[in-house]
Design a protein around this ligand. Structure first.
Ligand code: ADP
Ligand code: MG
Length: 450
């Protein structure tokens, strides 16, 4: 433990205590131990693999941000390495500092919520995205002319948000006075609800109806939310009539969004609808090459091929894999080879992950531990002796499988997704207060992974 790491961590912790909710802070942040801070790499130690993965999945960016703040660095300049205490050779999860090559203006207030790394020059074009890319560039060059609204849809991690931000950056560069608003469908909804409750609708309207460019990310979030759709319908019309550019993204086409009012579907189709598909092998290789070059990393062709062949459907995962390999090579002090890449990716590649973790397995292990029947976890019973085990099982299902909240709910006797969210929060809160429960959860996670 170095003094510098200790004092930096004390500052960062103070900040995290303010920004995170109390349960999350006490359960996940407070128990971690600072180890060292050297060459802008902060090493934090946690008690188990489960713990490390939990933090990596939920709080990595917040911790990095707080540490960078405390150290007087930009977030992008600091790397965080999470190390598991008992197993010194365990693979670290690391987020490597990345230097964006081109720094778009940060001073204009409306561009502040745009990610500086999502610019056109960092977007690699291939067969699956060239149409959407060309259209995004056209919109950025001549907003509210030919394609309005621009609607981009496609699966997770395929570059929709990236393209949307790139449009915003480019317009801001060309028209520094333009008011550009980027917001997610979720945030738009929450702000609207807030405005209604606090009787601030006119303010809400004056914000959204006075922008030059409105970028709404993940607009499918509005599905089924009537009053949000109503308000958005009017916002849309207002902007459209005044020749303002609107860009929307979604996980599916306008017609396929269940619970989206017909009048919005038809508005969304007024302009142009493009999809981004999964990247082909060539594009995946090109993206890896681009990302490596950007960071001046030597990434041999065979390694590039190995990664691109194994990670097929999600560009975010592709980038994550590269980060892992680079971090692993650095920690091990070895050159980047296919063997090293295999080791580094062992835990994340499905083929090499061994057996898939199922919710059935989780239910069996949890039930066994608490001396219940797996069936008890699925029944409606709400006696104290089953409530906690059931919540733990839901929490582990959320952390250890890729199942969605509604799917998890289904596995537990058709419960609602909000019940699953509640269960996950409860477990974090209880872990915060109960050391023994933490150990139980960690041990169960290990046993399930075996
Ligand atoms: P989506 O919004 O479709 O889920 P994102 O736009 O968030 O996906 O992209 C996920 C990650 O992949 C981001 O880091 C983004 O920079 C990167 N990415 C996606 N498409 C490309 C591309 N064509 N070239 C380079 N990076 C890409
Ligand atoms: Mg997105």
């Amino acid at each position: 433990m170095t003094d510098q790491a200790v004092s930096l961590w004390a500052k960062a912790r103070g900040k995290l205590a303010e920004t995170l909710n109390e349960g999350a802070f006490t359960a996940w942040i407070a128990p971690a131990t600072p180890i060292s801070f050297e060459d802008n790499v902060f090493v934090l130690e946690v008690s188990s693999r489960f713990f490390r993965d939990y933090i990596a999945n939920h709080h990595l960016d917040e911790i990095r941000g707080a540490l960078a703040d405390a150290a007087g660095l930009e977030t992008g300049q600091l790397s965080l390495e999470l190390r598991v205490a008992a197993e010194p050779s365990a693979q670290p999860v690391q987020q490597v500092a990345q230097e964006p090559r081109e720094q778009p203006r940060r001073d204009a207030p409306h561009t502040r919520s745009l990610n500086v790394r999502y610019v056109f020059s960092r977007f690699v074009v291939g067969a699956s995205n060239k149409q959407a890319y060309a259209r995004a560039v056209a919109v950025a060059k001549a907003p509210a002319k030919e394609y309005n609204p621009l609607f981009i849809y496609g699966g997770v991690g395929l570059g929709k948000t990236h393209l949307m931000h790139a449009i915003g950056h480019e317009i801001a560069r060309q028209q520094p006075a333009a008011k550009i608003c980027f917001i997610t469908g979720e945030k738009f909804t929450n702000e609207l609800i807030d405005a209604i409750q606090n009787r601030r609708m006119s303010r809400f309207r004056s914000i959204y109806r006075r922008v030059d460019v409105l970028l709404i990310d993940d607009v499918h979030f509005l599905a089924g939310k009537e009053s949000t759709q109503e308000e958005f319908f009017h916002t849309f019309n207002d902007l459209y009539d005044n020749h303002r550019q609107i860009v929307l993204t979604s996980d599916r086409g306008p017609k396929e969004i269940p619970g989206l009012e017909e009048r919005l579907v038809s508005r969304f189709e007024w302009g142009v609808v493009d999809d981004v598909g999964p990247p082909d092998l060539e594009l995946r290789m090109a993206i890896l090459g681009h990302r490596a070059a950007e960071r001046a990393i030597e990434l041999p062709q065979d390694v590039r091929g190995y990664v691109a062949r194994n990670i097929k459907y999600n560009i975010r995962e592709l980038e994550g894999a590269l980060n892992r390999i680079v971090a692993f090579a650095k920690v091990e002090g070895r050159p980047i080879t296919v063997e090293l890449a295999q080791e580094a990716l062992r835990t994340i590649l499905p083929a090499e992950r061994g057996k898939q973790i199922t919710i059935d397995l989780i239910q069996r292990k949890v039930a066994e531990h608490f001396q219940l029947r797996a069936l008890d976890l699925k029944m409606k019973k709400r006696t104290k002796s089953v409530v906690l085990p059931r919540q733990v099982a839901m929490f582990l299902s959320r952390e250890l499988t890729d199942r969605s909240l509604p799917e998890i709910g289904d596995y537990f006797g058709g419960r609602d997704h909000s019940t699953v969210i509640h269960a996950c929060r409860r477990v974090t809160d209880r872990i915060a207060a109960d050391e023994a429960l933490r150990e139980t959860v960690e041990r169960l996670a290990e046993a399930i992974r075996e």
